[in-house]
Structure formats: structure tokens, C-alpha cells
Design a protein around this ligand. Sequence first.
Ligand SMILES: [Fe+2]
Length: 290
Amino acid sequence: MTVKTIKLGKFAVCVENLELWQKLDPVIRGRLATVLSQQGVLVFKRQALCESELVVFSRNFGHPEKIVRDDWKSENQPEIIQISNMRDNQGKSIGGLGSGELEWHCDQSYVRVPATGSLLYMVEMPKEPPRTYWANLQLAYQGLSTSIKQKVDGLDVIYDYFVRQSKYDDEPKMSAELRNKTPPVIHPLVNTHPVTGLKSLYLDPSTASQIMGWSKIQSDELFKELVDHSENKEFVYCHHWNIGDVVLWDNGFLMHRRDSFNPASNRLLKRTTLRLPSDIHIVPEGRLVA
Ligand SMILES: [Fe+2]
């Protein structure tokens, strides 16, 4: 069967007739990589993948990275982390992020040169699963007034994993080891796509501490204004999950969030984190706070 792509709203793209456990044809791989780099979200439904197949598929788009959270890692495949509220028979969490609401964020914004690709595979979920939302920050930037564009161009933002972690439920206090692995970093608020030349915001209100040279109050006001604008329906794709769904996205120009769900129900996703190539993707190159 021919591989089909179907637009889901303004930017997300659903890919049909593709079995992700099979080797990907190079021509299709190239087409999908281009779609990912310019549209930002790829959705694949009704998949059935073991962990190694998930990693092999992920390699079609970038290099799978090991993330900073060793405690969320799969025991079998170090490139995979588990996103789950479930616990083992010792009462220990088998993954991260609990069951609370997750506010808008971009994965890895707290890293100097982030691995900007994220892939989620739904394994187990509640009857009424929480939805996940992606906001396209290229479309959002294009929708800003000229005066706001002039205001945000050239600004730098400090990102700190400590700010992010304090918002998770089900989390221990930040360890000294994790603090050492995640010093605060600085990223530009606006980036330019290497292929299309289009500008986009790089916005992670869950992890941003403040804008360089601005007060905390002024920074928070601008973040709020930009988030309020970017979460407008016309810039957002909302995913209604089913078991077997795979969603791959580019954190270089999208932020995402998740609804909360009943903590007594079970939810498990497997995730890979990918170093996407900077010749076709926005890859912020930040610096450490001096
Ligand atoms: Fe995330």
C-alpha cells in the first residue's frame, strides 16, 4: 500500500500505511524528515513496537540521546525513557512525570545544545486518557504584531531545569548530581529555520527563569503575553491518544503540554529523544550562564 500523509489541522501530519517495525524506504524517509522539519509533528497510528524497534525507527530522523534522568530509563534499552505514573512492587516509580497537568514546555530547553526531537509511543493508558497539545511557534511568531516582533527579536532567555522540576508532582528534591548535570543555560527567544528562513519563538514557560537584562516581573509578563498568544487554537494541534499511537515532534519550534489524569489509573509511554540534524532543523545553540 502507498504511504499517505493527511494534514491534521494547520500543521500536524498523520502518516498512514506505514509499519514502523519495517525498514523505512530511503525516499519515504527523506520525505518524512522534510515534513517533520517544516510542519513539526508526525503522527503514526496502530503501531506495535518493541523497544529496540522503537530505537531503530527513531534513528531515521536523528541520533537517539540518553537524557539526564537516569531514574526514568528503561532497563533494557538506555535510549528509551518511560513516562508513567505507575510503580513497581517496591513502590518505586517506573518512569517520570506523574499524573498532574504538565504546562507548556519544550523538551531539553535546559540543555545548552538540546536534542530537539521527541518521540512518544503509547503503551498503556486510562479509559479517559489526558490529551497532549502542541503549539507551533513558527505560526505563532508569524501571527505577532510588528511591534511585538521587534520587541522579542534579539532577546535571550535563561532556562533552568530546577524551575522545571519544581513543577512536577511525584518528584524527589533535586539531587546535587542532577544540579551539576543541568546548569542554567541561555537561548535566543527567536530562531530562524535553516531551510525556509522562517522565524519562530523558542518558548518554554515551564523552564524559563527570566530574560537576560530584564527583571523577573517584566520577564514573566512577556512570557505570559507570548504564551497567551501562542496557545490560540489556530496554532495548536490537540492529540486524542489511542494505544499504539506514535507521535514524533520537533521541539525547536513547538512547545507542548498535557492535561492531568486520574492518578489511580495506569498510563505508560515509551520515549526516545533525538539529536535532529541542524542542516534541516532549528537547533538552538545556547551558552552557559557566566
Ligand atoms: Fe515534554
